[in-house]
Design a protein around this ligand. Structure first.
Ligand code: ASP
Length: 334
């Protein structure tokens, strides 16, 4: 069945008209279907930027790129670079907490409105890995480069090597070595990846995600953040999603891809985020008390959603000229 026909049937048969609305009018073809548009009558909210955690400057930077007519890909890249350069934030870019051996290794990925993807994994000595991920996407025939290969590629593209371990992060790691067992700490505070999604005024969507990963992880460990469908997924017809928290749990449920596919089936971004968290916490015997996962999502219409397992996940949202940090709703209310 052609998409247009399916959509008509879905609306005529009352198959969740409001829920499918965002999908319906996301499609250029269906925009012409006056009956459907009249029935739905939702004005898209654009431009829009949403990012995990309390990241006002990053979101403002991305919003400014969009307001000046820059590309949506530039917006998410420039926004994420703010956090990568922020040495105070101990989970992204320079100043990120190291692995258990004391090495800072960074992961990042980016997706554009065409569905292209680029990623780098386990990169040392290069701060702006989001920009390296973009170069992988745009300048190589590949989608993913890891470790030394990624670092060499970055240097070949003019990125400077620098020491990413700040004194503050080094001290925290040294303290952790004394008081902790030699294994990663998994609590609800030490997850602060920035995942960012943006829509420009034409409705084109891009996303980016950058992290130093789990603090004190095993050497070589990579989480969800640079993995397509895990830490980030964008489908320009539907919307995008991004994750933060314990990457292993996000990966096992392909969280960001799941959210986008749920939105494709008619769920709102909020419903989709809630279901994705449900897929984690409802696994038989899953002990979710000691780890956090949080999702953000946006659909083509500029409707947003956010949901986490525990309290204290927040996100920054720029829309209609305002940039606000918002607390996310969460599952574990007991
Ligand atoms: N999701 C990241 C990872 O597992 C961690 C984080 O969100 O801080 O590597």
């Amino acid at each position: 069945m052609k998409r247009r026909n399916f959509i008509k049937k879905a609306s005529v048969s009352g198959l969740g008209l409001v829920a499918v609305s965002s999908t319906l009018i996301s499609c250029e073809e269906t925009k012409k279907d006056e009956k459907v548009v009249a029935a739905v009558n939702i004005k898209p909210i654009r431009p829009l930027v949403i990012a995990t955690w309390n990241t006002p400057l990053a979101v403002e930077t991305a919003a400014k790129v969009l307001e000046k007519g820059g590309s949506v890909l530039d917006a998410v890249e420039q926004g994420c670079r703010i956090e990568e350069a922020n040495e105070e934030g101990m989970s992204v870019g320079k100043g990120g907490l190291p692995d258990r051996d004391g090495d800072v290794t960074l992961d990042a990925c980016i997706m554009n409105e065409k569905g292209d993807y680029g990623a780098v994994l386990g990169v040392k000595n290069i701060k702006h890995v989001i920009s390296v991920a973009r170069k992988v996407m745009e300048d190589t025939p590949h989608v993913m480069l890891v470790a030394e290969g990624a670092e060499q590629f970055a240097v070949s593209k003019g990125f400077k090597r620098e020491n990413l371990l700040t004194e503050k992060a080094k001290k925290a790691w040294e303290k952790w070595k004394i008081t902790s067992e030699y294994k990663p700490i998994i609590n609800i505070e030490n997850h602060d990846t920035i995942g960012m999604l943006a829509i420009d005024k034409n409705g084109d969507i891009s996303g980016a995600c950058t992290t130093s990963g789990l603090a004190y992880k095993m050497a070589g460990r990579v989480g969800d953040s640079p993995i397509i469908g895990g830490g980030l997924f964008v489908d320009n017809e539907i919307g995008g999603a991004s994750a933060t928290g314990l990457g292993e749990e996000v990966l096992k449920t392909v969280g960001s891809f799941l959210i986008v596919e749920l939105m494709r089936q008619g769920k709102t971004p909020q419903q989709a985020c809630e279901e994705a968290i449900g897929r984690i916490v409802n696994k038989p015997g899953k002990d979710f008390k000691n780890f956090q996962v949080g999702y953000i999502a946006v659909n083509k219409q500029g409707e947003t959603g956010a949901y986490s397992i525990h309290e204290h996940f927040s996100y920054n949202l720029f829309k209609e000229g305002e940039n606000k940090n918002m607390p996310s709703d969460f599952f574990n209310k007991v």
